[in-house]
Ligand binder design. Structure first.
Ligand code: ADP
Length: 515
């Protein structure tokens, strides 16, 4: 009854004040999908009538964007151990929105070449840098005297915030009634540091216990956020289940099982003003679901010409875009690529990626040996990522795990049939092509049935077989994928309901949570 009452109230839409704490948001700082989410979600939520603001570090990259970043008069200092560290607030907006972005300008910590570290490794003072960020974000809310309903933390860098709020015996009026949401964009990155770094929390050592900040005698930012937040989300429903298992829990599966009643999965959206083949500024030929054959053929020809691949409409072009990291399954891709090229199978490949030097070297060798059939671009190129989605017939993404994944969503939108491992967001968003899914017209791609190069090769074989021998069915797959709506609209509505529910449950709970 109580819950019914709470949900009833949650359904009546009230204006919420939501503060997003993140280290990345497009266009100010980006290393991965986190930036896409935090650049888009606040705007979508705000357009639904809520007030949203973002607080992030003033990394060097914020000065390299077209957005205007202003200085402000607000400055303050945070005690960090025996030091007092000052900072000033800077201010801008997310593009085409009234969502304010407040930057914590502390040059010693944040004005560096990279966000978290270099090729040589993570910055050695990351515990100190991001503990400072957590304190400074809370201080920003107090100083600006916002009345906050939801503090939405993202990934480990803001993981201390829910616990710092919970440990505060006299919360400031601005956050006294606020509920906290902790979103896990990738559980593999937890922010775990030696116990001495607990000093940066500024709290009494009594809080260094396994119900709060401590994880096996270390300070673990993400675990801290998970145990203290009122609600936890992941960026796909399947990933929210997987992370509670030893195989995908990255050591935190037990902690996450303990929090099972507070975890929800909401699939990320894609920005349809940027990822839409009918208006895409990067494409030599624009197209929609009614004109995909001509459109994709023209884009394919242009890729083949620019990368000196053999000009052929018939031979399938297989695309890949992503970080050259183990997560993305390059250990499966490289052998399959080698088989296709060395056995002279009728396929062409185009790869865009950067990261691990080991994979880069293996891919470069193949590209040098088979220049007419394998095009490689090592680096980061937005334009080429768009062109590959448009010009390829199929897109391969055999991730070992995938919290959500954006590239398979772009592939669906661009009619490049995705071939994926059924894990996390890939399982949630790509429907495997079987007799029954073809018959009920739900099929959109192909699942790799186990984690091995052989299984990946088999899935690619199934896909190519359909393309050659059942072109009408292939067209059905392409058109089903292209017609789906993966825009932010649905995800933003789900976040809105989650915020309302979390706040209502928080306000309804008369007793301290027992965890
Ligand atoms: P992750 O966040 O794990 O890297 P996602 O698929 O969620 O993976 O998001 C990756 C984002 O980064 C996508 O927008 C993708 O197109 C982009 N991306 C990754 N590597 C490159 C690259 N080398 N060049 C251009 N864009 C890239």
């Amino acid at each position: 009854m109580l819950l019914d009452g709470v949900m009833g109230k949650a359904k009546r839409r009230a204006t919420l004040n939501i503060v997003y704490l993140t280290t990345e948001a497009v266009p100010f700082a980006k290393t991965g999908g986190l930036a896409d989410v935090c650049g888009a979600l606040p705007t979508r939520v705000s357009s639904r009538g809520h007030r949203a603001a973002v607080i992030m570090p003033a990394f060097r990259s914020i000065r390299n964007t077209p957005a205007v970043v202003e200085s402000t008069d607000t400055s303050f200092a945070i005690p960090m151990g025996h030091k007092l560290i000052g900072c000033r607030l800077l201010k801008s907006h997310l593009p085409d929105s009234d969502v304010e972005v407040w930057f914590i300008d502390q040059p010693q910590y944040f004005d560096r070449d990279a966000l978290y570290g270099t090729h040589a490794g993570d910055y050695s003072d990351n515990a100190e840098r991001f503990a400072f960020y957590c304190h400074a974000a809370l201080q920003t809310i107090r100083r600006l005297e916002w009345q906050v309903d939801i503090v939405h933390c993202n990934d480990w860098q803001s993981g201390l915030v829910p616990a710092l709020m919970a440990a505060d015996p006299q919360p400031h009026a601005s956050v006294a009634n606020a509920a906290t949401v902790m979103t896990i964009h990738n559980l593999a990155y937890q922010g775990q540091f030696p116990r001495e770094t607990f000093e940066w929390t500024g709290l009494d050592w009594k809080h260094f216990n396994h119900n709060e900040f401590e994880f096996y005698d270390q300070l673990n930012f993400l675990k801290t956020g998970i145990v203290a937040a009122d609600m936890i989300t992941t960026v796909s429903p399947r990933y929210s289940q997987e992370i509670r298992t030893p195989a995908h829990g990255c050591g935190l599966d037990g902690v996450l099982q303990g929090a099972a009643d507070r975890i929800e999965g909401i699939t990320n959206g894609i920005d349809q003003s940027v990822w839409n083949p009918s208006i895409d500024q990067f494409l030599p030929a624009k197209y929609g679901v009614d004109s995909w054959r001509e459109g994709k053929t023209a884009n394919k020809r242009s890729l083949q010409a620019d990368f000196h691949l053999e000009q052929s409409d018939e031979v399938p072009l297989i695309g890949l875009v992503g970080r050259l990291a183990e997560q993305k399954g390059w250990d499966l891709i490289v052998p399959v690529l080698r088989w296709h090229l060395s056995e002279n199978r009728p396929t062409q490949w185009i790869v865009l990626g950067s990261g691990d030097h080991r994979y880069e070297k293996e891919l470069r060798e193949l590209a040098e040996n088979y220049p007419n059939r394998f095009a490689l671009h090592v680096g980061f190129s937005d334009a080429l990522a768009h062109r590959i989605e448009a010009g390829s017939d199929a897109f391969v993404m055999p991730s070992h795990y995938e919290p959500c994944g954006l590239n398979q969503l772009y592939s669906l939108r661009y009619g490049s049939v995705p071939i994926v491992t059924p894990t996390g967001g890939l399982a949630d968003t790509v429907v495997d092509c079987t007799e029954s899914t073809l018959a009920d017209a739900t099929a959109t791609g192909f699942h790799v049935r186990s984690i091995s190069p052989e299984a990946l090769d088999e899935a690619i074989g199934r896909a190519l077989n359909l393309r050659y021998h059942q072109p009408a069915k292939w067209a059905q797959l392409v058109e089903t994928g292209m017609s789906q709506d993966w825009s932010w609209k649905k995800s933003a509505e789900q976040y809105e309901s989650l915020y309302a529910k979390t706040l209502a449950l928080k306000l309804a709970s008369k007793h301290p949570k027992s965890r």
